[in-house]
Design a protein around this ligand. Structure first.
Ligand code: PGA
Length: 249
């Protein structure tokens, strides 16, 4: 069985001072954990986070990246800039970026390809809204987001891709998908990957669940066979809560 991969997504939270305090508290709490651990932090916290996490089992990720190498893209950050800092992961296509910042499947693909080409591991987010789920469109949406967001990604590159299934209606709402709903949706996504890349690639890819996952429901969600980990928002902001998820059994 695969270990699980637990990644925190701090969103737009925590200053450099907060980051120092958090990571120093977290290091002993998660030392020796069986599961993979990452923290995806704001751009301004990355250098501090990488420095503090060096030599520990905590990997550091960013929350977005631009696809161009450099140029006239005011406010954007390139893959090389993140690599130079020692960043390992990058969240791409989070539903908040899709909702508030015009992210589309096409831009998800561009970012993903650039990240992979430059040696960053993308955590590609997919997930349906409540209206889409209630309208019977969940599978169609997940299929489109998965296939278009990974369109030119090769089978070899899939070894570095993580997918996060995050139903939009469960993010930050306290409303978690049931274990079965999350498991089924992730199983569906894995089936799509199996059709495109074959069974081996599909079985090996880590597919996380995200959306109000916390220290109370993590063990049950993570016990489901399709769920390879979690992308944790709110509960990743408190070291004790996050470590409880990392160590959930
Ligand atoms: P949440 O966020 O855990 O606060 O629901 C998850 C996410 O948006 O990645």
């Amino acid at each position: 069985m695969k270990n699980k991969f637990i990644a925190g997504n701090w969103k737009m939270n925590k200053t450099i001072a907060d980051t120092k305090q958090f990571i120093n508290e977290l290091i002993p709490l998660v030392a020796g954990a069986n599961n993979r651990v990452a923290l995806c932090v704001p751009f301004t916290d990355l250098a501090t986070a990488v420095e503090l996490a060096k030599g520990t089992n905590i990997a550091i990720g960013a929350q977005n990246v631009h696809w161009a190498e450099s140029g006239a893209f005011t406010g954007e950050i390139s893959v090389n800039m993140l690599k130079e800092l020692g960043v390992e992961y990058v969240v791409i296509g989070h539903s908040e970026r899709r909702q508030y910042f015009g992210e589309t499947d096409a831009t998800v693909l561009k970012r993903t390809l650039a990240a992979l080409a430059g040696g960053l591991k993308p955590i590609v987010c997919v997930g349906e809204t409540l209206a889409e789920r209630e309208g019977g469109l969940m599978e169609e949406v997940l299929k489109r987001q998965t296939l278009e967001g990974l369109a030119q990604v090769s089978a070899e590159q899939m070894a570095d891709v993580v997918i996060a299934y995050e139903p939009v209606w469960a993010i930050g709402t306290g409303k978690t998908a049931t274990n079965q709903e999350a498991n089924d949706a992730i199983g569906y996504i894995r089936g799509i990957l199996a059709q495109k890349y074959g069974d081996e690639v599909a079985q090996n890819v880590f597919i996380q669940y995200g959306g109000s996952m916390n220290e109370k429901n993590a063990a049950d969600l993570l016990s489901m066979p399709q769920i390879d980990g979690g992308l944790i928002g709110g509960a990743s902001l408190v070291p004790e809560k996050f470590q409880a998820i990392v160590k959930a059994k």
